[in-house]
Design a protein around this ligand. Structure first.
Ligand SMILES: [Zn+2]
Length: 71
């Protein structure tokens, strides 16, 4: 007579890569809302982005509401 045993392994918890991606998105969001002075758009528009500060102006009221220092 042959006996078979079945072993079940359960993985619980959140995958580490998901936590890393979520932290990266959170960091980018906090930076763009709270600290950006044209740095992100300067990748595409160059030095002109520091004078225009489109992302800063777009998130300006949210920046003040969240308590980030601005001006
Ligand atoms: Zn302001």
């Amino acid at each position: 007579m042959t006996r078979t045993h079945q072993i079940a392994k359960y993985k619980t918890g959140v995958p580490l890569i998901a936590v890393a991606i979520l932290l990266a998105i959170t960091g980018l969001g906090v930076f763009s809302i709270g600290f950006d002075q044209g740095q992100i758009f300067s990748i595409v528009f160059g030095e002109k982005a520091y004078a225009d500060m489109y992302l800063h102006e777009f998130t300006h009221d949210l920046r003040h509401a969240a308590g980030f220092p601005c001006h």
